[in-house]
Write a protein that binds this ligand. Structure first.
Ligand code: NAD
Length: 497
């Protein structure tokens, strides 16, 4: 059986630990490979390598770093089919969706190619007589990224292209459920000319994560995953004096106003709720039906949810693939059971789906609940599967209060033709990423991605200028070149006369 190892100092290296994880193909349910899980000493050795590589990499002119990133961009394009198939084979999502997620990662690489411009500082001439002042941003050192299973290429690419373009060196700890893509990206970076040790992949579980959090030479940690782990990462990074951004889970609402283009809202909801089998932090898992639109909304949604084409991700006709693991499938099924117990109306039941030829795959059909209320656990908790809940409210204000009271605040959307409602919604809603007649409002690479409330712990989002700030520290220089008589010692605060 194939064994997926670590990638350190420009090559694949065997880890020192005997601990291994299982990697499945969710479409068939078969185990396809094993992944080495790092020990603390594996992580510490990789950090030593990255620390050494930082000495030269951080001194390289930004333009030279950008050229390597540009070459990497070309290599991703050239190898996109192979990378996409790796995502499909270990995650399960459908091919075009996997390719789309790779493209969204690629856009961050494209953004990072502009690093000489992005790192330009600020300069003020004559802040005092013959005194100039300027600010520059310098790299931090060794930084680490810990990433979830649901975007094995895109989420790491939210982090490392910017981090290394800024002059840092990087340790990536990908999800142990689908680790192959990270290793392939590391190989492509080497092929692009990235010096050894600048980008390293350490596979592992909690032991590797704890080693990252406790290693004194790792200056900053970027995390994306579930909320309980995000909180743990945030607290322990801070305890160990690290800079940290920790993005967590979500429960996203799509508000359907009575005046909206209902076909647009239904199509938007179908893609946003069932795309990637609901395994997206920006999935719309709650439809909020305002006024009297509920019956018609549920009727149209149920027809489409029943007709969803579920199948292996590699089959180009599939609209939705399997879930990532058997355990996750069981968890999602147990949430559907719970919704029925809690009294919600299960309009479309995707449980028990078996596909001919793929009987052991981790499949569930699309599920649709109506008459869900705010006290139910299926409303409050993140299910992370193809389960859409419809909550009915009377007014726009009630919809907004529902969303603002929720513990998560990642993404949200409103479908309406009323500009006033759209504008008020965007202004007042307590959520980090807002869509108006757009179902999944994921910001582009040159803007920044990040939720509010318990969907993000820390001060900065990912990529865009937030990424540049996160991966650099600010230095401000004040300078004077005196000629002639030197001034005497001054014991008062210097101010402008
Ligand atoms: P997860 O929290 O289980 O795992 C994320 C990472 O943390 C993995 O690398 C994993 O190895 C590590 N980890 C898991 N348990 C740990 C523990 N006890 N101690 C230390 N490290 C641990 O998340 P997941 O299941 O891989 O991904 C799905 C979750 O990620 C969902 O909650 C989803 O909403 C969230 N997510 C959020 C965003 C966002 O931008 N906010 C994006 C993608 C995914």
């Amino acid at each position: 059986m194939k064994l997926i190892e670590h990638f350190v100092n420009g090559k694949i290296i065997p880890g020192s630990s005997d601990k291994k994880g299982k990697v499945f193909n969710p479409a068939t349910g078969e185990q396809e490979s094993e992944v080495r899980l790092a020990s603390r000493s594996d992580l510490d050795s990789a950090v030593e390598v990255a620390k050494k590589a930082f000495e030269n990499w951080s001194l390289k002119p930004a333009l030279q770093r950008a050229r390597i990133i540009f070459k990497f961009k070309e290599l991703i394009e050239k190898n996109s089919d192979e990378l996409t198939k790796l995502i499909v084979s270990e995650h399960g999502k459908v091919y075009e969706d996997a390719r789309g997620s790779l493209t969204r990662g690629l856009e961050v690489v494209e953004f990072s190619c502009g690093i000489p411009h992005l790192l330009k500082g600020e300069f003020s001439e004559n802040v005092g007589t013959n005194v100039d002042s300027w600010s520059i941003r310098q790299p931090l050192g060794v930084v680490a990224g810990i990433t979830p299973f649901n975007f094995p290429a895109m989420v790491p690419m939210w982090m490392f292209p910017i981090a290394i373009a800024c002059g840092n060196t990087f340790i990536l700890k990908p999800s142990e459920k689908d680790p192959s893509c990270a290793i392939r990206l590391a190989e492509l970076l080497s092929e692009a000319g990235l010096p050894d040790g600048v980008f390293n992949v350490i596979n592992g579980d909690k032991e590797a994560v704890d080693a990252i959090l406790e290693n004194k030479d790792i200056i900053a940690v970027s995390f994306v995953g579930s909320t309980p782990i995000a909180k743990y990462i945030y607290e322990n990074s801070a305890k160990n004096e690290k800079r940290v951004q920790a993005l967590g889970g979500a429960k996203n609402h799509l508000v359907v106003m009575p005046d909206c283009d209902l076909d647009g809202a239904v199509n938007g909801l179908m893609g946003a709720a069932y795309g990637s089998a609901g395994e997206r932090c920006m999935a719309q898992s709650v439809a909020v039906a305002v006024g009297d639109i509920g019956d018609e909304l549920v009727s149209r949604l149920s027809k489409k949810a029943e007709a969803l084409k579920v199948g292996p991700g590699i089959d180009k006709s599939s609209e939705m693939g399997p879930l990532v693991t058997k355990e996750h499938l069981e968890k999602v099924i147990s949430y559907v059971d719970l919704g029925v117990e809690e009294g919600a109306k299960l309009v479309v039941d995707g449980r028990g789906l078996k596909l001919q030829g793929y009987e052991n795959g981790f499949y569930i059909g699309g599920c649709l609940f109506d008459h869900v209320n705010k006290d139910m656990r299926i409303y409050k908790e993140e299910i992370f599967g193809p389960v859409l809940s419809v909550v009915r409210v009377k007014t726009f204000e009630e919809a907004a209060k529902l969303i603002n009271d929720h513990e998560y605040g990642n993404g949200v959307s409103i479908y309406t033709r009323d500009g006033d409602a759209g504008r008020t919604f965007a202004s007042k809603i307590q959520v980090g990423m807002v869509g108006i007649n757009v179902p999944i409002p994921v910001p582009m690479a040159f803007h920044s991605f990040g939720g509010w409330k318990r969907s993000l712990f820390g001060d900065s989002g990912m990529h865009g200028m937030e990424g540049i700030k996160f991966y650099t520290k600010l230095k401000t220089v004040t300078s004077r070149w005196p000629s002639g008589v030197r001034s005497n010692a001054e014991f008062v605060m210097p101010t402008m006369k």
